[in-house]
Design a protein around this ligand. Structure first.
Ligand code: AMP
Ligand code: MG
Length: 491
């Protein structure tokens, strides 16, 4: 097994070999105050064969605080555009992030090291190129949480702070985050060349992405349509997972949609506390365009933008067919996930209704999504049991009792064993999620230079399905102050 140092990281920067129109080359702009590591992720380090001992070297903070470069890095800011809240914006691009390089590992995988908060770039528009400690902690922890939940995501290698001030609604502390992904190409990376009528660049980009990430499609006929169909599949699967775990992204613009179907660009996201289908986690989303229950539809809308951008490369009908597959793929994936949350193994026609009615009960009772599903695993299907602890979560007990009878019959119809079912359910219904208030506590401590809570949450969320000793408090509903915290786009 290779263990690399910061000096011997291995780079192969394929994006830097693409036409110059795809990016702007530039180095990160360091903070003026010295950078310090707030937290570093040894698992992510392992993805690029980096020896975990490297994470504590002063050079690590220098490198990922934007003060230095490692041999072989070729920093650049990527160009893209996208539809923001339904409106096409002709140029976005990495306004505060820099692709430092593509580190390769022993298995031949390539990982982008992307430094967020690295200063102004030609794509910064009115922004200052910076990120704040608050938002980078939220991103850092949510990457770990998603990874722990088994949901595809960009990863975070480390979080580096500085005493530099950054101005948002108030004065905040600056920070940088190293994001890792096999690719940071977005739907908007395709859109920019389509709308600029640079169809040669569009083809180059599509060929590049296929070559790097969909190699089985390199030489097939109708490869662009087939590539699109795979993006549809990945996107449908991803959003179904978000829906099942009760997570909202908050800013599902096409520039925040990964071509690999990864959760990316964490901003005002939220795990639901009380179940509310119309949950809007982004305080600035006044019309609820990106409300929780809109996400499946927005996924389709965003994919239709991508299809549009691919029109110069493919027959319209083939792209349309790909798009038309979205709904059934989503439904299938969502139902599979939800059935598992109820511990159901077989697929029966009444399941949809059983699931919908349960969600309706949760909504009417303002019941906590994560807690109730976790508790559902204790459901006893024995004759005459009232399932009292579970029942207490519901305001309308009669309606719960009616539902419980249906659920019991449904479980019996597939000879479900309570004990086995409980174990099965506890492997898909997390005990711990990154509730907004938990992140908030970690942020407030970190703003006073106490990073212990970040570490605690990081460890906890890596294994969200297992009961963890002494961590009961982290599985409770939020305290009153921690409900409905306003999280805006400002980051
Ligand atoms: P977001 O909504 O965070 O995905 O960002 C949308 C666009 O604004 C992207 O092009 C970002 O790079 C850019 N952006 C966001 N914040 C800043 C900032 N503080 N400085 C420069 N550009 C930014
Ligand atoms: Mg973005």
């Amino acid at each position: 097994m290779i263990q690399r140092t910061l000096e011997t990281l291995s780079f192969d920067n394929t994006y830097a070999r693409l036409p110059q129109a795809f990016y702007a080359r530039l180095n990160p702009t360091p903070f003026s105050a010295p950078p310090y590591v707030v937290h570093a992720n040894p698992v992510a380090a392992g993805l690029v064969d980096l020896d975990p001992e490297q994470l504590t070297r002063p050079e690590f903070a220098e490198l990922f605080g934007g003060n230095a470069l490692a041999p072989g890095m070729e920093p650049l800011a990527m160009l893209y555009s996208g539809h923001q809240f339904g409106v096409y914006v002709p140029q976005l691009g990495d306004g505060r992030a820099i692709l430092l390089g593509e580190a390769t590992n022993e298995r031949g995988e390539r990982w982008d090291l992307h430094l967020k908060g690295a200063g102004m770039t030609p794509f910064s528009r009115d922004g200052d190129g910076r990120a704040v400690l608050r938002s980078t902690i939220r991103e850092y922890l949510c990457c770990a949480a998603m990874q722990g939940l088994g949901i595809a995501t960009t990863q975070a290698l480390c979080l580096v702070g500085s005493d530099d001030k950054v101005y948002r609604e108030q004065v905040e502390t600056g920070a940088m985050l190293v994001r890792m992904a096999p690719s940071h190409v977005r739907f908007g990376t395709f859109e920019v060349f389509y709308y600029r009528k640079q169809h040669e660049h569009l083809r180059t980009l599509a060929d590049y992405v296929i070559d790097q990430h969909f190699p089985h499609l390199r030489d097939v006929s109708e490869k662009y349509a087939k590539f699109f169909t795979e993006v549809v599949e990945r996107t449908a699967r991803l959003i179904a997972q978000w829906q099942a775990v009760g997570w909202a992204h908050g800013v599902l613009n096409t520039d925040n949609m990964s071509i690999l179907g990864l959760t990316m660009d964490y901003g005002p996201y939220g795990f639901m506390d009380d179940y509310d289908a119309g949950f809007i986690c982004n305080h600035s989303d006044h019309n609820g365009r990106y409300a929780f229950n809109q996400q499946p539809y927005i996924g389709l809308w965003n994919l239709s933008c991508l299809a549009q951008a691919l029109l110069p490369l493919s027959e319209k009908e083939a792209l349309k067919a790909g798009l038309e597959g979205y709904q059934s793929l989503f439904d299938q994936e969502y139902q599979t996930r939800m059935r598992a949350k109820f511990g159901l193994v077989e697929r029966q026609t009444e399941d949809d209704e059983l699931i919908r009615d349960f969600l309706g009960l949760l909504q009417g009772s303002h019941a906590d999504y994560t807690i109730v599903f976790r508790e559902l695993s204790t459901f006893s299907s024995a004759e005459g049991t009232v399932n009292e602890t579970l029942r207490e979560h519901f305001l309308n007990r009669d309606r719960f009792d009616e539902w419980a009878l249906r659920y019991r019959d449904r479980l019996r119809s597939e000879q479900s064993h309570d004990d086995e079912r409980r174990d099965r359910m506890n492997r898909v219904n997390p005990k711990y999620v990154l509730r907004n208030y938990l992140a908030q506590v970690a942020i407030e401590k970190a703003q006073n230079k106490d990073f212990s809570e970040i570490d605690r949450l990081f460890t906890l969320l890596q294994d969200p399905f297992k009961d963890q000793l002494g961590m009961e408090a982290y599985a409770l509903p939020p305290p009153n102050w921690g409900k409905h915290l306003a999280v805006s786009c400002s980051s």
